[in-house]
Design a binder for this molecule. Sequence first.
Ligand SMILES: [Zn+2]
Length: 66
Amino acid sequence: MQTDDDLVWRCQYCSVENTVWVDLTAGDKQDFIEECRICCRPNRIIIKVDINDDENVLVESRISDE
Ligand SMILES: [Zn+2]
């Protein structure tokens, strides 16, 4: 079983790809703010682990409204 991973997400402001290390044992849904390494703007990162699909990990980035 996969317990942690480096996941790729795309900045919603400048479209650059970033990576973030995620501890998948912390929960099958995680939601946090990450700053882009290029433009330093906060993106909301949503991680979902689909246990029905061979623990496929979905990563979504959104513009943070905070
Ligand atoms: Zn950016």
